[in-house]
Design a binder for this molecule. Structure first.
Ligand code: ATR
Length: 283
């Protein structure tokens, strides 16, 4: 069945979902590209995930993004995975193909790396050890991207060590799992520090960390974008470290999704970034 209705539909599947700035970003691009359509937030609870995914084709969706808590859970309901989604064990973007089959891919690692490179043009993943905090779905994309970029040593700390060990065994020997109690000392000699946990996000507890052992030129980044500056980023900025927030990761994983859904790569403009920034409360 091929849809001939010119009204384009895409969305983001997650729960909760209303905090997401994806709809604002994608609807901006629909308007800029003079396309008739809508990108909608889809609040889908776990028990309805399969039904929601099966409904995408009959409803005429070109595809959707997938966010917390469905990035891993959606995999059994998809017909094919890209090599990157397979390697990460997580999906961030689904394409509804014309025959109704569902193709899952993951653009989070591309978005993460592009964000770091565009805000810090001299940054290199192979410049030295990297500490990554957290071992969930976000961390899988971050670690995959860092390894693709040539990272040689990723010190991975997670509250539950087993999850960090599982991530290391699926992604590669560059990842060195360490117990949570070694968080502060793991910063010794690192060139990049990444937080992928939900600690520091609006409504969540703060990440408790002592940056004394971190070199002042190490880049500190958080994949959280609400608030734009987490306590970790504030702490790093106050001692002179370069920082990058998580908004660019959201912005830069958008164009590859559009390429799959609509065959167009929209532009990440300053106007769009400012629009999103203005919509995020200061804290
Ligand atoms: P996502 O897909 O966004 O990465 P997730 O898979 O639920 O979400 O992962 C959340 C991450 O934040 C995990 O690393 C989690 O640690 P556990 O694996 O031990 O659960 C981490 N996290 C969440 N709350 C935390 C807390 N209070 N203290 C430490 N780590 C926490």
């Amino acid at each position: 069945m091929k849809h001939t209705d010119p009204f384009l539909l895409a969305g983001v599947i997650g729960y909760p979902i209303m905090h997401s700035r994806s709809p604002m970003m994608h609807n901006y691009w629909l308007e800029k590209n003079k396309l008739v359509g809508r990108y909608v937030p889809l609040a889908i609870q776990a028990q309805h995930l399969e039904g929601a995914l099966r409904g995408l084709h009959p409803l005429g969706f070109s595809g959707c993004n997938v966010t917390i808590p469905h990035k891993q859970a959606c995999i059994p309901f998809l017909d094919e995975l890209s090599p990157s989604a397979k390697a990460m064990g997580a999906v961030s973007c689904i394409h509804v193909r014309q025959d109704g089959s569902l193709f899952g891919t993951n653009n989070d690692s591309l978005g993460f790396i592009k964000n770091l490179k565009s805000s810090n043009p001299t940054w290199r993943a192979d410049a030295g050890p990297i500490t990554v905090i957290g071992a969930g779905g976000g961390s899988r994309a971050v670690c995959y991207g860092l390894i693709q970029e040539g990272a040689k040593e990723i010190r991975l700390l997670n509250r539950s060590l087993e999850k960090a060990q599982a991530l290391a065994s699926s992604l590669g020997p560059q990842i060195k799992p360490l117990p949570w109690s070694q968080l502060n000392e793991s910063l010794n000699g690192v060139k990049t520090l990444v937080n992928t946990t939900s600690l520091g996000m609006v409504g969540q507890a703060a990440l408790e960390i002592d940056l004394s052992d971190l070199a002042k030129d190490a880049l500190v980044t958080d994949i959280i974008y609400i608030p734009l500056e987490t306590d970790l980023l504030k702490l790093a900025k106050a001692r002179g470290n370069p920082i990058t927030n998580g908004l660019g990761m959201l912005l830069h994983q958008g164009p590859p999704a559009w390429k799959i859904w609509f065959g167009i790569e929209p532009e990440v403009t300053e106007e769009l970034r400012t629009l999103l920034e203005k919509s995020i409360p200061a804290q």
